[in-house]
Design a protein around this ligand. Structure first.
Ligand code: FAD
Length: 459
């Protein structure tokens, strides 16, 4: 897929990947063998009919292709961009055994973008409203999916969102150059066109509790995500210039800090930036810092390249853009100057030992290997857990390890009657598609519980 050249893209926030032209999309789709037992469908957490839509792309019937995808996935332009297809549908493609699998994600993105350009897809015909009202807490992929699915079944759905824009991490976390916000707004508008009401600046647990919502709703689905950042717990984390990835990316994406002073939120330019962590959040933070004008950006990661949890495509993009990777390196202290600003980071060298509980080789410190690097800013991207507000204000809602809400994996039911939950708030930080899958399963369960068993399938 064509991309902006690295030297050009590090100076702007425009999308890096440019998408397939129609002829290339048809050619790529033409490689699909239309297997009788397609592994790709089994590998897709929401069960998109992949051979069905890919076959229609190959035939040049793009409108039919979009309809096919949308039967299972309300957010194809987003999933086509950020899903880890290499771990899911594409991993199961038989062509991948001897060469490249069919580029399912890129084709999904192609049909969604084609639709946006042509304005082809209409909202499906909606049934008359049934008598049930459902409240959804959070407007990320889990909340949006459950809302769309229930709206198409005739439920009156209201999504309550704490921030002033909908979309969850898609809006405040993933940067514009990977997922343009216009796309998220378009997908949210589609869900609203299904009749879903959106209440912004509404913090459930403060504005109103879940119990209060249950007074005038038949069910509540909690999809509040995992937005509470973890820190290293090392000395110096209160210095100026030390950020959590969450705050850094929120300032840049949600508050449009990259357009300051045209916008209100500043983001101080830093010459040398260290990003701690090795996942997608770390890659996004590092590439954002580069675009904000940093001279040198380093990813400081305690394991090796093989263990990086980020998508390979994003690691390669970061490498091409000149991000420096300090593998097997652990930050142990942040050191300030006399004005309370970060000046240096102290790190330890690591080596890999035996595999740990995650199956990856455990990093072990090398004694006496301390060294320092001069640094103007650091961004901590080592993980997140759910914000405790909803569990704290909802008596009887069972909470598990790391503050996640305990919910049945199959249907999202929690320990509280009429309360369901799904997405990162249940699993801890995971993926867009897994959050969507949880939303879809919960919609089915809510439908069965409210409208009775056999009340019909979610479209
Ligand atoms: P979220 O998207 O977190 O949405 C939760 C929403 O609930 C938020 O809008 C929040 O404001 C709202 N909320 C929270 N508390 C309350 C409350 N009390 N009242 C009302 N509203 C509330 N996944 C991928 O698949 N591919 C990627 O490339 C990828 N990159 C990522 C990059 C970054 C920087 C980050 C942070 C995550 C990335 N992820 C990626 C992970 C993915 O975005 C999440 O797994 C997914 O968004 C989870 O969806 P969710 O609906 O559960 O929660």
């Amino acid at each position: 897929m064509p991309k902006q050249e690295p030297f050009e893209r590090v100076r702007n926030f425009d999308e890096v990947a440019l998408g397939y032209p129609p002829a290339v999309a048809r050619e790529e789709a033409g490689r699909c063998l239309a297997c009788k037992k397609p592994g790709c469908v089994a590998g897709c957490p929401v069960g998109v009919d992949i051979p069905g839509f890919v076959g229609r792309v190959a035939d040049g019937d793009f409108a039919a292709a979009v309809r096919t995808v949308k039967q299972a996935n309300a957010l194809p332009a987003i999933c086509g961009r950020v899903c880890p297809q290499e771990e899911q549908c594409e991993r199961s493609c038989v062509l991948g055994k001897k060469g490249d699998p069919v580029a399912v994600g890129r084709l999904e993105r192609f049909v969604a973008d084609w639709e946006a350009k042509e304005g082809a897809a209409d909202a499906p015909p909606l049934p008359p409203l049934n008598r049930f009202r459902v409240a959804v807490v959070g407007s990320g992929p889990a909340g949006i999916t459950v809302a769309a699915d229930l709206a198409t079944l005739g439920y009156e759905v209201t999504v309550f969102e704490a921030l002033h824009e909908a979309g969850g991490v898609l809006t405040y976390g993933i940067p514009e150059f990977r997922l343009p916000k216009a796309i998220v707004r378009r997908e949210v508008a589609y869900v609203r066109s299904l009749g879903v009401a959106l209440r912004l600046d509404y913090v459930v647990g403060k504005t109103r509790t879940v119990d209060r919502l249950l007074e005038d709703h038949d069910a509540v689905f909690v999809a509040a995500g995992a937005g509470l950042p973890w820190f290293l717990g090392v000395p110096g984390e209160n210095l100026n210039g030390v950020w959590s990835a969450n705050e850094y990316l929120t300032r840049c994406n949600l508050m449009r800090g990259y357009r300051f002073p045209a916008t209100d939120t500043p983001l101080r330019r830093a010459g040398r930036v260290a990003v701690f962590g090795g996942g997608n959040v770390a890659m996004d933070s590092a590439r954002t810092a580069l675009r904000l004008g940093a001279d040198e950006v380093r990813i400081v990661y305690r394991r090796s390249r093989d263990e990086l949890p980020a998508r390979l495509e994003e690691v390669e993009n970061a490498e091409e853009e000149g991000i420096i990777f300090d593998y097997l390196t652990l930050p142990v202290r942040l050191i300030g100057d006399d004005r309370g600003r970060l000046a240096e980071i102290e790190c330890l060298r690591m080596e890999l030992g035996e595999p740990d509980a995650s199956g990856r080789r455990r990093p072990v410190p090398v004694a006496g290997s301390e060294f320092r690097m001069p640094m103007d800013a650091s961004i901590c991207a080592i993980g997140n857990s759910p914000n405790p507000l909803v569990p704290m204000t909802t008596p009887g809602l069972e909470v598990g390890k790391g503050g996640t809400i305990v919910a049945d994996e199959e249907n999202g039911r929690t320990s509280r009657d009429r309360v369901w939950a799904g997405g990162d708030v249940v699993t801890g930080a995971a993926t867009v598609i897994s959050a969507m899958g949880a939303g879809r399963r919960a919609a089915r369960s809510i439908h069965r519980a409210l409208a009775g068993a056999g009340g019909g399938e979610v479209a």
